[in-house]
Write a protein that binds this ligand. Structure first.
Ligand code: CO
Ligand code: ZN
Length: 329
């Protein structure tokens, strides 16, 4: 599974430009799906299970945060704004890669106050151009963090664990799921980082009876972390609340029942801010009972997001056992 995680996280696909990652995922899920399609917003939708069964939608987003160029100066330096939630302290000294493969480094304007963090508009990308004339990058071109996958044994680090790790959990669940009484739709969604846009239209199209997202959540287990009762290595987190959603208590109970029956570790998640595709599912059409299985992750939305390999595998086991059996909420 580590090799799959490496392949997924080392692919560049910021929101709106999911073509590259969709091709990678399509190759993985093609032999596992009864039906595979791409909708108008680029969501990759894979069906598995029993046609006519309960329609359950599993969503994990394949886009990642990135940068978009908004100005090229006469010396070929690129100013940019962000795609998704990027804070400037994660930028300085970093490296990026554009969709055409062009690499670049991030520099900052001079400041007399060395301790002050630059704002995003005080940062620029240097791709090694010597003038605007020899700069192949144009206004509107997008890039993502460049950082290789790092295997620390039990802990894994990569630039886009949010949410390629969710995609990995879904792919491995499709592989592990021998049969299901449900009509299960695995949706590898687009544009989550800019407002859950892919999940919104996919949910309308599929009209599911239950919705579950697979995404990362924060932890409270690093030095002087904010208080949060989620740690790496203590199991997948069952979301009860985040910044955009109160998970449906019936879905939460179903997850907890399933974890306890299968003797899988799990954590109860209450997240202050941020949300997932489950929010879009919950308020789609006339409403959908929705919840989320979260992969605890440190340093979310930085170029080095860390997860625990056991948590990832236990998330696969939890989702697989849930989808294997009938459910009445
Ligand atoms: Co995110
Ligand atoms: Zn995410």
């Amino acid at each position: 599974m580590k090799r799959l995680i490496q392949t997924l996280t080392e692919t560049f696909s910021p929101s709106g430009y999911e073509g590259a990652i969709r091709d990678v995922i399509r190759k993985e899920v093609k032999p596992l799906a009864a039906e595979l399609r791409v909708d108008a917003l680029g969501n990759l939708i894979a069906r598995k299970g029993t046609k006519g069964g309960k329609r359950i939608m599993i969503a994990g987003h394949m886009d990642e945060i990135g940068l978009i160029v908004n100005h090229v100066d006469e010396n070929g330096f690129l100013r940019f704004t962000t795609i998704g939630g990027i804070r400037p302290h994660t930028l300085t000294g970093g490296r990026v890669r554009f969709m055409d493969g062009t690499p670049g480094v991030i520099g900052t304007d001079f400041s007399k106050d060395a301790g002050r963090l630059p704002a995003v508009d005080q940062c620029f990308i240097d791709i090694g151009a010597t003038s605007a004339g020899d700069c192949p990058i144009k206004v509107g071109d997008v890039c993502a963090f460049e950082r290789p996958f790092l295997d620390l044994g039990k802990r894994l680090v990569a630039k886009s664990m949010d949410d390629r790790i969710g995609c990995a959990v879904m792919i491995e669940t499709m592989r592990a799921l021998k049969s299901s009484p449900h009509e299960v739709y695995f949706v590898f969604s687009t544009q989550e980082e800019v407002g859950l846009r892919g999940a919104q239209t996919a949910t309308f199209g599929l009209d599911p009876e239950i919705g579950i997202s697979i995404d990362v959540t924060l932890t409270g287990d690093t030095p002087k972390a904010r208080q949060m009762a989620v740690s790496l290595g203590r199991g997948p987190a069952i979301k009860i609340r985040d910044g955009g959603m109160l998970a449906d208590p019936r879905v939460v109970d179903w997850m907890i029942r399933s974890a306890e029956k299968a003797r899988l570790p799990y954590q109860r998640e209450v997240l202050e801010g941020g949300t997932t595709d489950a929010k879009a599912m919950q308020v789609s059409r006339a409403g959908v009972p929705a919840g989320c299985i979260s992969i605890p992750s440190r340093y979310v939305h930085s170029p080095s997001e860390m997860v625990d390999h056991d948590d990832v595998q236990n998330a696969v086991k939890l989702l697989t056992t849930m989808l294997s059996k009938p459910v009445e909420l």
